[in-house]
Design a protein around this ligand. Structure first.
Ligand SMILES: [Zn+2]
Length: 213
């Protein structure tokens, strides 16, 4: 039986390059691949774009409440050897459940790529919670992203007008339209130092640490 797989990394962790490499290696052997991404990802419109300039048109640009279990979508993926999902953190819990049924009732492997946490350092959303609960395999992508200090990045910090922040809506796409928003992958130490340090939570917990040290 096929599996539902969740492959995660912080931003700039090589997810899209990993997808495109998977596409080329399957297609070189003559297999059909189907790529899905959420319409919420406005970057690249109906394509997925890697930072090295490689790109690929997606087969299904999934709307917010669109089901994958429709005849129209089934016709697009039923002959696929594998289904790849980019920016999976933008999918709903319902859509993740549908992917699980596609893997286990239709027997097509589904590889999901995305972030596990948002810029606040919390589980990205209901889709990611569902993946942690029901994915057959959860794994970190090997070529993970690097913090400016050189350590492995865990967090996806948001900068607005060049200042780090942990308040604001969960989804703001860095697509060139919101020119004042950018994301910086950070390690835990740098996330604490640059983002969390002024929060009530950090003040409270740092006080407790000081007390017991
Ligand atoms: Zn760092």
């Amino acid at each position: 039986m096929a599996n539902l797989v969740f492959k995660y990394s912080a931003m700039n962790g090589g997810k899209t390059i990993n997808i495109l490499q998977t596409v080329y290696s399957y297609e070189a052997k003559g297999f059909k691949i189907v790529i899905i991404k959420s319409k919420k990802d406005t970057k690249g419109k109906n394509c997925i774009l890697a930072r090295n300039g490689m790109n690929r048109k997606v087969d299904i640009l999934l709307k917010e409440n669109e089901s994958l279990l429709t005849e129209k979508n089934y016709k697009l993926y039923y002959t696929a050897k594998v289904i790849l999902v980019d920016e999976v953190e933008l999918l709903s819990e319902e859509q993740i459940k549908e992917l699980w049924y596609i893997a286990h009732l239709i027997n097509i492997p589904v590889l999901c790529y995305g972030l596990k946490s948002n810029f606040k350092g919390e589980i990205f959303g209901e889709g990611v919670s569902a993946l942690f609960a029901i994915a057959d395999i959860v794994e970190e992508i090997g070529s993970s992203s690097i913090c400016p200090c050189g350590k492995k990045a865990i967090f996806n910090a948001r900068k607005v007008n060049d200042k780090f922040t942990d308040v604001g809506p969960t989804i703001v796409i860095e697509d060139g339209k919101s020119a004042n928003v950018e994301y910086v992958p950070l390690c835990s130490e740098c996330y604490l130092k640059y983002v969390k340090i002024h929060s009530d939570e950090a003040k409270k917990l740092a006080k407790l640490v000081d007390k017991i040290k």
